[in-house]
Design a protein around this ligand. Sequence first.
Ligand SMILES: Cc1ncc(COP(=O)(O)O)c(C=O)c1O
Length: 423
Amino acid sequence: MIPALNPLVLSLKESATLAINVTARKMRAQGAEVYHFGFGESPFPVPPTIQSALRKNSHQNHYLPTQGLPQLCEAVASFYKDEFGCRFTPEDVFIGPGSKELIFQTIYLMEGPLLIPAPSWVSYGPQAALRGKTIVPVATSRDNDYKITPEALDEACYQLGQSQKLLILNNPNNPTGSVYTDQEMAQIAEICRAYHIVVISDEIYAMIDFTDKKQSSMHHYYPEGTIVSGGLSKSFSAGGYRLGILMIPDELAILKQALTSVISETYSCVSAPIQYAALAGYSDFESIRPFIKTCSQIHDFAGNYLHKRCIDMQLNCPKPQGAFYLFPDFDNYRPALKRNNIITGPQLSQHLLEKAHVAVLPASDFYLPATHLGVRMASVDYDGAVVLTNWPGGDKLSEAQIETLFPNLKKGADALEQFLDGL
Ligand SMILES: Cc1ncc(COP(=O)(O)O)c(C=O)c1O
């Protein structure tokens, strides 16, 4: 029997990030050495505060309120107030099984096209496609670290006319590692206000910021139209716990009502023990702060190590300022690649995997044209627990220590270099 499918799902494939993870792991299982720069997962262990709260709460077997455990909603609101100066109340907070699901539900509930910077995270587009939405990539340039400008956003909005618009802005950024400054945020906010755009500010990498400044959020400049998302997955190193948060301002109260209904008719609530574990993380953040600071320094080191190697290979690549990604392009090798019949990003990624055993994702998975000869590299292919225990501080690392603590970053960069030299 061939069941008829919803036409909106027909064009979807497995998410590129999850697919590359499966391929790289399969190659490793077959004995191949693979340098896995394709998947962005925190390599560190879950902080002990959260792990022990999870153990203590394994008996929690009741369904929890749709919006989330009330104490957790309170703890999240006050964490965001203390750490980021946000003005959300506990009633604004929603707990979901990962911010990915909460972002999807928000997209699902909203009318109008979805604007996203090009490049942007792989999943926004397919999520919008599942709702039959038009996706409008906003152009960026390498010279501006692939961040949108007010002018580019204005142009895209102007072309769209009167319809309601949704924008997702991710800061710090996957796939580029860029971080918006306060001034940039303030200027973009004015365009959002002018067009009454509803903004999802995806702040899942909020505490992985190497700029030493307080995280800049659209919420500070455009609170009435900005929804903030985050969760345990990246800075708290607990992606597999599947706990995300979403905070919706009162001005968008109708969305809160609708989201409550949709959650109650879909996943009901997030697993109770996980919510209690998250409660420990958000309410006793002081016990986790040093861990997060050290992990962030390690991410900074790893990103900058790969960045330096890319620059030494004549790749063009903005210096990562947060998250754990780099977005190099191979423009300087375009003629040499063409001689080898490589003219698109997907071909380049395929060759890198087959010939150099370096797993990366092509820029076209992030809404850039196929001929953009760029890739996204994740800088987390190392054993986070080992690095944490032996971390002497980034500026104190010798070449030998880099080889011991980050063997795959070193070997992967060497393999990439050899591939380019052999062209
Ligand atoms: C930019 C971005 N947003 C959202 C997510 C979703 O995170 P989660 O669903 O684990 O909260 C990810 C995960 O990779 C991401 O990179």
